[in-house]
Design a protein around this ligand. Structure first.
Ligand code: SF4
Length: 330
């Protein structure tokens, strides 16, 4: 029996986030530059077989949940084939996809047939002009159409991930919630984090969970905390008092949840990261291309033993990760 994947702080890790590419088809200003993004050479990007092999080894150590991310994962050709490979791995209980949904409409049927059900769709606003301003692409209509197609096909749960920025998206908090309530889609508001490649982040532009809750309560009345939720899940969830469903907050800045972290990450170019904000990372691509499974297991364990207690956003000694968000994945 393998020892559980535990770090020095006694946190059990069973959740693997897999970035399948660092490229994206939109350009959210808080994530990547409009021009001049630094991408890994294609031959450095892990093949589906290498990702599946890594996942098989990690599942043997206790990984149970997977999330496919990017860049934009649907920009990777035939992603449904990877989903099919991962679905068949013993021990894997759950697979989710985080996408900006621009390409989802065209790929939804193949992904659904491959067994995928859980979607997190990144959408910060329903205002077409503001969408274009944030992403530097005029793709809102395709995103909305993709959501309809995904719901019609039977994907679920579908959640919206909305990055909330003071001075830009506070007026979108209520319209997004209304959109979600009308469609049975849970909205997840994500506090703005220092993960962009240009160093634009400013603490004063963080729209906090409490500020957003106040707006939602002003519009929809009572919101009660959901007590029966997995304490290791990144989102803090609330239930509308009027039965209108749930809403969640990923309050990494105002209410860090690192003490319950259960996540490790694999980047598109084969680096293992014990934290979204990690400064150091460990190469496993070489092991996947030349090494054996025992060496990969050892790397996963060693990387986890280096894991810190949590990010230090707001502390004077906080250093943003050298790798930008689009090359880490959500
Ligand atoms: S910031 Fe790092 S340690 Fe904290 S919850 Fe996120 S991944 Fe885990």
């Amino acid at each position: 029996m393998q020892a559980p994947l535990m770090d020095r702080f006694g946190r059990l890790h069973d959740n693997l986030r897999i970035s399948v590419t660092d490229r994206c088809n939109i350009r959210c200003f808080y994530c990547m530059p409009e021009e001049g993004g630094q991408y890994a050479p294609r031959q450095e990007i892990l093949s589906f077989e290498e990702i599946a092999r890594f996942t098989r080894v990690a599942a043997g150590l206790g990984i149970r949940k997977l999330r496919l991310t990017g860049g934009e994962p649907l920009g990777r050709k035939d992603l449904h084939k990877l989903v099919g490979q991962l679905m068949g791995i013993e021990g894997i209980e759950d697979i989710a996809l985080t996408t900006n949904a621009v390409l989802l409409g065209a790929q939804a049927k193949a992904l659904y047939e491959a067994g995928l059900r859980r979607l997190n769709i990144h959408l910060d606003t329903l205002d077409r002009e503001k969408f274009r301003q944030i992403t530097r692409r005029d793709e809102l209509p395709r995103v909305l159409e993709s959501i309809e197609i995904a719901q019609r096909l039977g994907f679920g749960p579908i959640k919206l991930n909305a990055v909330a920025i003071e001075g830009l998206t506070e007026e979108d908090v209520v319209p997004l919630a209304r959109f979600g309530r009308e469609r049975g889609i849970e909205v997840r508001y994500i506090e703005y984090m220092p993960l962009d490649s240009q160093g634009l982040w400013d603490r004063r532009r963080v729209l906090t969970m409490d500020e957003m809750l106040e707006r939602l309560r002003g519009e929809f009345g009572e919101l009660e905390a959901v007590l029966e939720q997995d304490p290791r899940a990144p989102a803090t969830e609330f239930r509308y008092g009027d039965g209108g469903g749930r809403v969640g907050f990923i309050a990494s800045v105002s209410k860090p949840f690192c003490l319950n972290c259960n996540r490790i990450r694999l980047t598109g170019d084969g680096k293992l990261r014990y934290c979204l904000f990690a400064i150091e990372e460990m190469d496993v691509k070489g092991l996947l291309r030349e090494g054996d499974d025992a060496a990969i297991e050892a790397a996963i364990r060693e990387n986890l033993l280096r894991k810190w207690i949590g990010h230090e956003i707001g502390a004077a000694r906080f250093v943003p990760p050298p790798r930008p968000m689009y090359a880490i994945g959500g």
